[in-house]
Ligand binder design. Sequence first.
Ligand SMILES: C[S@@+](CC[C@H](N)C(=O)[O-])C[C@H]1O[C@@H](n2cnc3c(N)ncnc32)[C@H](O)[C@@H]1O
Length: 187
Amino acid sequence: MLLADFALLAVALLSLIILVTMLGSLWVWVPYVPTPRKVVRRMVELAQLRGTETVYDLGCGDARILLEAKRRHPGIRAIGYELPLGIFLLAKLRVALSGLAVEVHMKDYLKADLHNADVLFLYLVPEVLPALLRKLTAEIKPGTRILSHGFPLPERTPLHCERVPLPSWQFFSASGKKGPRVFVYAW
Ligand SMILES: C[S@@+](CC[C@H](N)C(=O)[O-])C[C@H]1O[C@@H](n2cnc3c(N)ncnc32)[C@H](O)[C@@H]1O
C-alpha cells in the first residue's frame, strides 16, 4: 500500500513538473516541443561541425541538440539559451548528468551576443522568426550556418531542405507528409 501511494505521488509530481514546464513556455510564445532524436542526429550531421566552432541553440529546450553535437564533436563550444525556469533547469540537469561541457543560460536569445556563432540551431515558430531575422542580419558573421527544424526563415533561400522520415506516432501531417523538414542556410 505504501509503495502504491509512493508511486501515485511520484506520477502526480512528474505530471505537475511536465505541466508547469509546458505552461512556462507559453509566455515566450514558443511551446516546448523537443526535437525527435532522429531529427536531432540529422541536424547535427547537416551542420558539418568542425574543430573548435561555436554552436548555439536558440531556445535549447532540454539541450538535446547541443548534447548530441558536443558528444560527436568534443572540440566545439556549445551554448544554449532557454527562458522559462522549468525548462532551463531541465537542460541544466541533463547537461550535469551527461558530464559534457555544454553551457546553458537562462536568457532571452534576442538579448544574446551571437557575433561569434559558427552554427545556429533553431526550432521556433514562424511568428517569432521576423524578429530573429532582424537580429541575425545585424549581428552574425558571413558564413554562419543555420539549421532550422520545422520552419523556414523568412526572406531567405535555404541551401538545402530535407524531410526526416518519422513514424506517424511521432509526426502527424494531415497532408500525409512523412516527417518534419530541416532547412539549412549559410549566411
Ligand atoms: C520548440 S522548443 C525547441 C527546443 C529545442 N531547441 C529542441 O529542438 O529540442 C522551443 C524552445 O524555445 C524556448 N524559447 C522561446 N522563446 C525564447 C526566447 N526568447 N529566449 C529563450 N528561449 C526561448 C521555449 O521555451 C522552448 O523551450
